[in-house]
Structures are given as C-alpha cells and as structure tokens.
Design a protein around this ligand. Structure first.
Ligand SMILES: [Zn+2]
Length: 145
C-alpha cells in the first residue's frame, strides 16, 4: 500500500481509540491489514515520505502530539521505514521483519487480484477523506456533541 493511506486511514481509525498506546498497537495491526489488500504500489519513496510528514504534521497540529489519532498514524507509518533501510534490503540478502512485507503476505494473490487491485487514485481519494475526517473529529469545534 502507498504510505499515505497508511497514515491517513490510521489517523481516522485512531480517533475511535481512547489511549495513545493502544492506538499505536492498533496502528501496527492496521498497517498489516492494509498491506494484505491487493493493491498497487508506487516506488516514489522520497515524494511519499515528504507527503506523509506533511500529513503527520497536520494530524499533530489538529489533534495533538499525544492524541490517539497521531499515534495510530505513527503505528501505520513506522513499519514501512524498513522498506528504505539498507539492513532490511532483500536485494542485499537481508530480510524484512514486518510480516506483511514478506512477498507471500503482501498484496494477497487471491483470484482476480490482478484486475481488482486498489488503484493509486482510489488510495489517494480514500486517504484525503480519511484525513479530513480525522482532523474534523479532533477539532474542538468539530461536532462531537
Ligand atoms: Zn507495509
């Protein structure tokens, strides 16, 4: 999955969780779940990294650095850091540690997966909606009454 949906969908999910630590653990689980869904990937690591930093910035300014939304998003982003580390690079004979970064579990090869993989446009649209949702729920003036 692109890194952006991992951050945004998790920020939205985190807004339903009470404690930051629980949110972080749920964030890791949510990363695995999203990775299982058949999807397309981009390899623009730098652009994605930058976008995600902006999004984490938005979540932290509207929800706070101690908010479950922020920590759930962090849990969603952290596992993918190993995708760019040299010492977890399969091309150098190293192995990845996060379970869904193993080929067999990444983007499950269920029947029809090729045709129905989640497109980048869909991932971006879902991300944008999830981000707006998360920010709205965090703002004190956003209606949680
Ligand atoms: Zn991943």
């Amino acid at each position: 999955m692109m890194l952006v949906p991992h951050a945004c969908v998790n920020a939205a999910a985190g807004s339903f969780i009470k404690r930051p630590l629980t949110a972080f653990a749920a964030g890791l689980a949510c990363h695995a779940l999203l990775d299982l869904i058949p999807h397309k990937d981009v390899s623009a690591h730098k652009a994605e990294g930058l976008l995600v930093l902006i999004m984490l910035g938005l979540v932290s300014t509207s929800c706070g650095l101690k908010s479950p939304s922020f920590w759930c998003a962090m849990g969603g982003v952290l596992p993918d850091v190993e995708q760019v580390l040299p010492w977890t690079d399969p091309k150098r004979g190293r192995r990845r540690w996060f379970p869904t970064h193993n080929r067999r579990f990444h983007s499950l090869k269920v029947p029809g997966a090729e045709e129905f993989r989640v497109q980048l446009l869909t991932q971006s649209a879902v991300s944008l909606m999830a981000l707006l949702f998360a920010i709205r729920r965090c703002k004190p003036e956003g209606c949680r009454c």
